[in-house]
Design a protein around this ligand. Structure first.
Ligand code: NDP
Length: 281
């Protein structure tokens, strides 16, 4: 199964399908990542706040894959936005992963109500990691349009990606459209809404028609929208299911039917980026 690669605005590529490790315990992460690599995933999405970077790094190093064959993303902790903190946190990320560089490093949340609303200095610090070559690409997560506009107005580097909540009940199309217009790849987090969309009758009907599961139909919808996804599972059978997305297509009517499930803000399952202010201990 060949996973398509998407070219980012710096010319580097990212596998369109990866494996997410949010809510996998530190103890389980090495085994889950090892299994995902065996299934064929070559893109792992972790974060400092998931507390499992070490497990990801251990699994990658224990595999017989070259470092260059695995795309690793991590994200800056909400507790480390101030530039000196961000530098220390980034060193710690590289150390825990046991790598000399990450493929992608993101500001996890904009936190506009904290740090005096200054996510621009944080972004400039990531630009330094990028220029040093220790983050091959840099991006943001949970940035709303005004946050992206401010980075564009005050810095020289456009984020390579914006990782945002998106799934059939919360299509998040305005932020995606801004990204498309400005060369920012959208990564869709919680692509199956942590399972909440899987009993939907429209998705069930389409799944039956194409002979796939509702999870596969949902993930395929994201792929055809052009977004990057990294569903999470600790079960090998589901990892295989979520990886088998490239031997079928959804037609225009099926895509339109899934587009029609969008509930706007009412479909959002996670925190709102304008107000989210979680600070890890
Ligand atoms: P997902 O939408 O990937 O759903 C994961 C849940 O669905 C798990 O409970 C899993 O259970 C279950 N599941 C997975 N595959 C299937 C399947 N085929 N059939 C039925 N159930 C299934 O949610 P996540 O929130 O984990 O999002 C994916 C990734 O996105 C995260 O791991 C993380 O990398 C990223 N993310 C980023 C955020 C950010 O702020 N930047 C926020 C949230 C997520 P089980 O493990 O038991 O199989």
């Amino acid at each position: 199964m060949t996973v398509p690669a998407i070219t980012m605005n710096n010319g580097l590529t990212i596998p369109q399908l990866g494996f997410g490790v949010f809510q996998i315990t530190p103890q389980e992460t090495t085994e889950a990542t090892r299994t995902a690599l065996q299934v064929g995933y070559r893109h792992i999405d972790t974060a400092e706040m998931y507390q499992n970077e070490q497990g990801v790094g251990d699994a990658v190093r224990a595999s017989d894959l070259d470092r260059a064959d695995v795309f690793i993303t991590s994200k800056l902790s909400n507790a480390a936005h101030e530039p000196n903190q961000a530098r220390a946190a980034f060193e710690s990320t590289l150390q825990k992963l046991g790598v000399g560089y990450v493929d992608l490093f993101l500001i996890h949340w904009p936190l506009p109500t904290l740090y005096g609303g200054d996510y621009v200095s944080t972004w400039k610090t990531l630009i330094a990691f990028y220029r040093e070559g220790r983050a091959r690409s840099i991006g943001v997560s949970n940035f709303q349009i005004p946050h992206l506009e401010r980075l564009a107005a005050e810095t020289e580097v456009v984020p390579a990606v914006n990782q945002i909540e998106a799934h059939p009940y919360f299509a998040n199309n305005a932020v995606r459209a801004y990204g498309r217009a400005h060369g920012i790849v959208t990564e869709a987090w919680s692509p199956i809404a942590q399972g909440k969309v899987l009993d939907d009758p429209v998705l069930r009907r389409i799944a039956e028609a194409v002979g796939k599961t509702t999870a596969q139909v949902t993930l395929r919808w994201h792929i055809q929208r052009g977004d990057v996804v990294f569903p999470k599972s600790t079960r090998e059978a589901r990892m295989r299911e979520n990886f088998a997305l490239f031997d079928f297509t959804l037609d225009d009517a099926q895509m339109a039917a899934i587009n029609g499930l969008d509930r706007g803000e009412g479909g959002r399952t996670g925190a709102h980026p304008d107000t989210f202010a979680y600070m890890p201990a």
